[in-house]
Design a protein. Structure first.
Length: 586
């Protein structure tokens, strides 16, 4: 296994893993201290997208280990079928989530493990790839911290939906694409890497993987001596897409059964409809592709060091790191732009605009900036390789190895310090602006099912409805919370939240909002088999809170709802048939 591209020594692997786990734990403290009972809460989207990630991964896990769980039917939006494919399947994060969830049964803890380990393994992968190209662990540290010390990644993208955390495939794919295309057998190692990384998210991550690889194949085709590697890379891409087709088929089935799917969503106004403002898009702390002054200085300095060594007759490190870093950085930067860009007040259509016109499926990409994660990884590789050139120049210029090590370590510490300063200083701010990041990572208690509800919920598998559903009936927070609860009780639920909703869902929620109306209840029971209603009275308007908490005796007998459990403001009702009217004289 010595020559295998992805097998470092066990000791090095463990040392890197412990180091990067510790780094991410420090960046997100106190999340690790309360990982069993808390979850990240860095943005308002965590109140729904994070719960969705946990639900999707828990459902995938149950489906893999249980013969009774139908994979495509997520038990949300009941009774609609194929509900898993109305949003991200999150399959690529299962290697991190599933073991923790199966061992503990705690979805909040498992999603925290996915979050921390995903970021740690991503930093570790960048480090290892840069080290393989430069021979310098210091260069690996510089490259990895350029990625990990990115406030968009740590405070926005990943905590919003932690199934995006496993990004470690990006640097490994870049390395294998640069070093293993000389034979078809070695090139095929790319297929599992590409597939697993794409499965993290087929809308936002897959294009960020396949796009740069497609560009690389195009460049290789231009030169006669590289057409062989180009053909092998095209074969790899074709096989990867072929493996992904069964998953894409689930989304095609949903699209075919919903002729107006594009309108069946809460997110009709998207970031993609707005122009990308340049250069702010590349320099703002809220975007993924943040070019800090450190990287802007380090890359040209590394290029100068490389040219100096070549001029002096020394053999510089291989060029693969430079080429791959630049490719992924530039391709990721382009992919992160919206169809229109705004430069000095002038709107300019990009090539992506034509794709949006010709390929309707691209409209599913509502936030194109997320595709910039490829550019972020490319910038990390480029920064690390550039620092590796500087270290190599020091080695060739200084006679004493210890002196070289001391100076290189000092330079690395300075670079990492400056990158970290940019990380904490550009928190959701523009280039060279100062807005200090909060001193502690923001967390929120993990939702739980009231203990008194547990035995009642365990006694049947009747469909459940959680109320309220929001003023607009499709409140993401309300429905995603119901989905998170469903991980524990495993009932089909009428609630649902995802990228799109199935036809008929708003109409069912309109009836749900009319409860405890008997007419609405009867129709819901007839069409969905509704058996239990869970009411969060603290989120109701005062008049509705009184109506649910203290129903009159007559309503208690004839509404078809019987209060079976109460814990504070949480009420659980069972759907029961109305009491038959008594005959006269009884």
């Amino acid at each position: 296994m010595r020559g295998h591209p992805l097998v470092p020594t066990i000791g090095r692997t463990l040392a890197l893993l412990v180091g990067y786990v510790g780094l991410v734990v420090w960046l997100t403290w106190p999340l690790a201290a309360s990982a069993w009972s808390s979850m990240p809460m860095t943005r308002s989207q965590c109140l729904y997208d994070m719960y969705y990630s946990a639900w999707a991964l828990a459902h995938d896990t149950h489906a893999l280990v249980s013969s009774t769980t139908h994979f495509a039917d997520g038990m949300t939006y009941h009774p609609a079928p194929n509900t898993l494919f109305y949003g991200p399947g999150a399959f690529g994060a299962l290697p991190l989530f599933a073991p923790a969830f199966l061992l503990t049964g705690n979805p909040g803890f498992a999603i925290n493990v996915t979050f921390v380990m995903g970021l740690a393994l991503t930093g570790m992968a960048v480090h290892w790839v840069v080290w393989r190209w430069t021979g310098s662990d210091l260069a690996g540290i510089v490259g990895s911290t350029t990625v990990v010390f990115n406030q968009w990644l740590v405070w926005d993208f990943v905590p919003t939906a932690p199934h995006w955390a496993p990004l470690y495939g990006f640097p490994l794919i870049a390395y294998v694409a640069a070093t293993r295309l000389h034979t078809l057998r070695s090139a095929l190692w790319l297929v599992p890497l590409v597939v697993l990384q794409c499965l993290v998210d087929l809308v936002y991550v897959a294009p960020a993987v396949l796009g740069p690889l497609g560009v690389l194949a195009g460049f290789l085709l231009l030169r006669r001596r590289t057409r062989g590697p180009a053909v092998r890379l095209i074969v790899v891409l074709g096989l990867s897409v072929l493996v992904l087709l069964p998953v894409y088929r689930g989304y095609l089935v949903v699209t075919a059964s919903n002729t107006a799917l594009a309108t069946q969503t809460k997110w009709r106004v998207t970031e993609a409809a707005l122009p990308t403002v340049l250069p702010d898009h590349l320099l703002h702390g809220r975007w993924p592709f943040v070019i800090t002054p450190v990287a802007m200085a380090l890359v040209p300095l590394g290029a100068v060091a490389r040219a100096w060594r070549r001029r002096s007759g020394a053999t510089p490190p291989v060029a693969g790191g430079w080429a791959q870093g630049a490719l992924w950085m530039l391709a990721g930067g382009v992919l992160a732009m919206n169809p229109l860009v705004l430069i000095a007040g002038r709107r300019i259509a990009t090539p992506i605009d034509y794709g949006w016109r010709w390929v309707p499926a691209l409209h599913a990409i509502r936030v194109p900036s997320r595709l910039g994660v490829a550019g972020l990884v490319g910038l990390g590789i480029l920064s690390g390789v550039a620092f590796g050139e500087i270290v190599a120049l020091l080695r060739s210029s200084l006679r004493r190895q210890r002196e070289t090590l001391v100076i290189a370590t000092g330079l690395a510490a300075g670079v990492v310090g400056l990158v970290y300063h940019a990380y904490v200083g550009n928190y959701q701010a523009g280039f060279l602006e100062s807005k200090v990041m909060p001193t502690q990572y923001r967390v929120r208690p993990t939702p739980t099912v009231p203990g008194i509800f547990v035995p009642i919920l365990a006694s049947s598998r009747a469909p459940v409805l959680e109320l309220p559903v929001g003023v607009d009936l499709v409140d993401p927070g309300a429905h995603a919370l119901a989905m998170f609860h469903a991980i524990s009780h495993q009932h089909p639920i009428l609630n649902g939240y995802s990228s799109y909703w199935p036809a008929g869902f708003p109409e069912r929620m309109r009836e749900a909002a009319q409860l405890p109306s008997r007419a609405a209840l009867d129709h819901l029971v007839q069409t969905t088999g509704l058996g239990l209603v869970w009411v969060h009275t603290q989120r109701l308007a005062l008049k509705d809170r009184i109506a649910w908490a203290y129903p009159p005796a007559a309503a208690r007998d004839h509404s078809g709802l019987t209060l079976v459990a109460r814990e504070g403001p949480e009420l659980l009702f069972e759907v029961t048939p109305p009491t038959a009217p008594r005959a006269a004289g009884d």
